[in-house]
Design a protein around this ligand. Structure first.
Ligand SMILES: Nc1ncnc2c1ncn2[C@@H]1O[C@H](COP(=O)(O)OP(=O)(O)OP(=O)(O)O)[C@@H](O)[C@H]1O
Length: 314
């Protein structure tokens, strides 16, 4: 099994009697880009602050790099870089000068400044005062600061917040390169699945403080099982006829809904309906988008409980 960078067990935070993070089990392996997703207020920042030792958990445990975080805090913080909320800079100083102030604290080699400027593609703007930078450039400078100490684990809290599509694109390209080219593991939070869909190797979805899904994007996509909707002259009769012929079908208004159908099975179903005198008006195929699955999971109803029990047993 791959080396574990983060493992939380029953991680819980209660603030003013309100459970903000609720028995969270998070598992992140080396080399992953882990998308930590959830609507605003779900508890992402609170979780991240606990991982970074900025907030003390009310309950549960955190292991970082295979060791209990509370017992090895300095050791693990040395191997981590982070960008939480908007990064702060000296606006009148250049990008290079801002990095130099952090470099002195971290005591890394001077040459590392040129390396990180090149990684985040700010070399050409490195001698300009930061106050003239776009939001996207400031965020990239924030990542440059976070990776200055050459961390093994990089934690980014909503780094694409407020960026325009081209800024999001640049950020995505940058983050994708970090594990591949520099061996880093990345935890990135977002409230939009579409923003991390194309870069995350794993996703953890949090809703109201609880982890409701944790697996690969492809597993998440497989939840988007296609439906075949057949509109008929008599949907009640159609559904019961199909059921008596061993075909699971759900009646909904004037239609019957079938799931996981092959082309030949659909042909058989239609032939059966027509032979039995039931008119077939329309056959439609519908597949849920990733965003719809995400909304289903994080919404009030949907199949939250189904997924929750599934992710716990896996
Ligand atoms: N110090 C605090 N005191 C009281 N409530 C808090 C405190 N910190 C966080 N909360 C509440 O906890 C909930 C989760 O906040 P958190 O910032 O972790 O969510 P989030 O998922 O990061 O969302 P966002 O993207 O909006 O920051 C929110 O309802 C917030 O109001």
């Amino acid at each position: 099994m791959a080396e574990l960078m983060i493992l939380t067990t029953n991680l819980t935070k209660v603030i003013k009697k309100k459970t903000i993070v609720d028995s969270l089990d998070m598992k992140i392996e080396k080399g992953e880009i882990y998308g930590f997703l959830g609507p605003n207020g779900a508890g992402k920042t609170t979780t991240i602050k606990m991982l970074l030792g900025l907030m003390k958990p009310t309950g549960g445990t955190i292991e970082l790099f295979g060791k209990n975080a509370a017992d090895h805090q300095l050791e693990s913080l040395r191997k981590m870089g982070s960008l939480v909320e908007s990064p702060s800079y000296y606006g009148h100083l250049t990008a290079r000068e801002n990095l130099e102030t952090i470099r002195k604290i971290l005591q890394v080699q001077k040459s590392r400044i040129d390396e990180v400027l090149s990684i985040v593609r700010l070399t050409n703007d490195s001698n300009r005062p930061v106050k003239g930078f776009s939001l996207g450039m400031k965020q990239r400078l924030g990542i440059a600061s976070a990776i200055l100490g050459n961390p093994e684990l990089l934690i980014l809290d909503e780094p694409t917040n407020g960026l325009d599509p081209s800024g999001i694109h640049e950020m995505r390209d940058l983050i994708k390169r970090l594990p591949r080219e520099y061996g880093m593991t990345v935890l990135i939070s977002s409230h939009l699945l579409s923003e991390i869909d194309q870069m995350a190797t794993k996703v953890g979805i949090i809703s109201k403080g609880k982890m409701i899904f944790q697996d690969s994007i492809s597993k998440l996509k497989s939840k988007a099982k296609e439906q075949v909707i057949i509109r008929t002259g008599n949907s009640v009769k159609a559904a019961s006829l199909l059921l008596s012929n061993g075909q699971t079908a759900e009646q909904s208004g004037k239609s019957v809904i079938l799931r996981d159908m092959t082309d030949s099975r659909i042909a058989q179903v239609i032939a059966l309906l027509v032979k039995s005198g039931i008119e077939v008006y329309r056959v439609e195929e519908k597949r849920k988008s990733l965003e719809e699955i995400f909304l289903d999971l994080t919404g009030e109803g949907g199949n939250v409980h189904d997924v929750h029990s599934k992710s716990r047993s896996s």
